[in-house]
Design a protein around this ligand. Structure first.
Ligand code: PMT
Length: 416
């Protein structure tokens, strides 16, 4: 079977794009600079041509010789190096790059970039290039959280700079928290997907995420514990896999993932409407939102006054977005989630068949280290004739593996 929204076919698209992409890797002066040596190796394994530019701070951590040996190219360090300029001048270098990746990107480097400074070779190249600019930040967690860094990040994102990470974990200073540079293998993987070799290249994906809020009166609502983290991770992973991604989100405080188009919805009814308005042309639908099953039948127009006897509220069933998408005439490959507290497989499989979907990802929300609000999750995947467990890990990592399974099943159902 061939998917109508993907007439070219995935394999053809992937084959057409196999070529050596050129990455200019900027290394700035942070403790994670030593990891960038491994990053060079990982990028070369993925068929990238790599040239390295080091700041003077980076040279305090790792020798240029290390990068020269690993990249197979002279390392560039100085804006005023006559020898290097005669070999490949800085403007030529800026033109050479298909991508400029700065890893690690320190807080200071981000500040310089946000301010448009060009006082060394790397900042000058960043200003002079027209290639997409990607940063893998690395810094202490307080520095990452500092409002100055957040403002710089926002400014850079608004200019189209892409950011990979940082991730949570142990830090060189002894702290634990968000600020570690994303692991080199993961950065190489994201780069690989961004250059169009991703498993969802050429496909459109619609994801729902977060909770819904069902108004009781103008000041109160019924909702649930969904933070949106899982759905946002799925949207980010789908975009990293080369898909065009739309995200219909309930109320959350999360930033829209890079490359994802976001639509906001508040109630289950809003979310249903927004999904139906955007579903046309989607190849894949992933319902990760915790949509309220019930909504107050008649929300009060004015604030409900306290009553000593208590009150009773009449609820009506909301429309099932997932089931409605699955029953569309020209339906996308439809994926649902199941939040369960017991009998995970039985309940998940029953939703798989009652909602008529292709794949369901169940999570055990009775455990506090996964599911709702947590940064980690474990998913039990079920489809007709198969199952797979995606072990406990950060939601973005689980989401990437989930996307790989979705891509495999999609391409099996719609071979090129
Ligand atoms: O947001 P986080 O804090 O990261 O938490 C992630 C999560 C636990 C919310 C997520 O992993 C998850 O399990 N989402 C689905 C939660 C849910 O509503 O499960 P359910 O078993 O009640 O619903 C089954 C499926 O039907 C879901 O895909 C849901 O989106 C969909 N549904 C439900 C009701 C409805 N009216 N419309 C729907 O589309």
């Amino acid at each position: 079977m061939r998917c109508p929204a993907n007439p070219l076919g995935w394999c053809k698209l992937v084959r057409m794009q196999i070529q050596r992409h050129k990455i200019l890797l900027g290394v700035t002066g942070g403790i994670a600079a030593y990891k960038s040596a491994d990053l060079v190796r990982r990028l070369r394994e993925r068929e990238f041509d790599v040239r390295v530019v080091m700041t003077s701070g980076a040279c305090e951590f790792v020798t240029p010789l290390t990068f020269q040996a690993l990249s197979g190219n002279l390392v560039h360090r100085d804006l005023f190096d006559e020898q290097a300029e005669s070999a490949m001048g800085h403007i030529q270098l800026a033109r050479w790059a298909d991508y400029v990746l700065v890893a690690p990107a320190t807080a200071d480097f981000m500040a310089k970039l946000a301010g448009g400074r060009a006082d060394d070779l790397l900042t000058t190249l960043c200003l002079a290039t027209t290639a997409p600019l990607i940063l893998a930040p690395s810094m202490n967690k307080q520095m990452w959280r500092n409002v100055a860094t957040s403002n710089n990040l926002r400014l850079l994102l608004s200019r189209g700079v892409r950011v990979i990470g940082p991730v949570e974990g142990d830090q060189a200073c002894g702290d634990k928290g968000e600020g570690r540079m994303t692991e080199p293998a993961d950065i190489a993987e994201v780069m690989h997907r961004w250059v169009g070799r991703g498993c969802l290249s050429g496909l459109s994906v619609l994801v729902t995420a977060g909770p819904t809020q069902e108004a009781l009166d103008p000041v109160r609502y019924l909702s649930n514990h969904s933070s949106g983290k899982m759905g946002y991770a799925v949207a980010a992973a789908a975009a990293d896999a080369g898909a065009t991604v739309k995200l219909v989100s309930g109320p959350t405080s999360l930033a829209t993932p890079f490359g994802v188009e976001r639509f906001s919805a508040v109630s289950a009814l809003d979310m249903h409407r927004c999904v139906m308005e955007n579903i046309l042309g989607s190849n894949i639908f992933i319902g990760a939102a915790a949509v309220a099953d019930y909504s107050p039948a008649e929300p009060a127009e004015k604030k409900i006054k306290k009553s000593s006897d208590g009150i009773s509220i009449s609820l009506h069933k909301t429309r099932d977005i997932l089931a409605d998408v699955a029953s569309l005439k020209s339906r996308p490959f439809t994926v649902g989630f199941a939040a369960e507290t017991e009998n995970v497989e039985t309940y998940a499989r029953s939703k798989l068949s009652s909602k008529g979907i292709d794949l369901i990802a169940a999570n055990d929300v009775s455990k506090s280290d996964r599911g709702f609000e947590s940064n980690d999750n474990e998913l039990y995947l079920y489809w007709k004739g198969g199952s797979k467990v995606l072990g406990l890990g950060p939601k973005i990592q689980v989401a990437r593996k989930f996307i790989d399974v979705i891509a495999d099943l999609y391409h099996e159902k719609y071979p090129a």
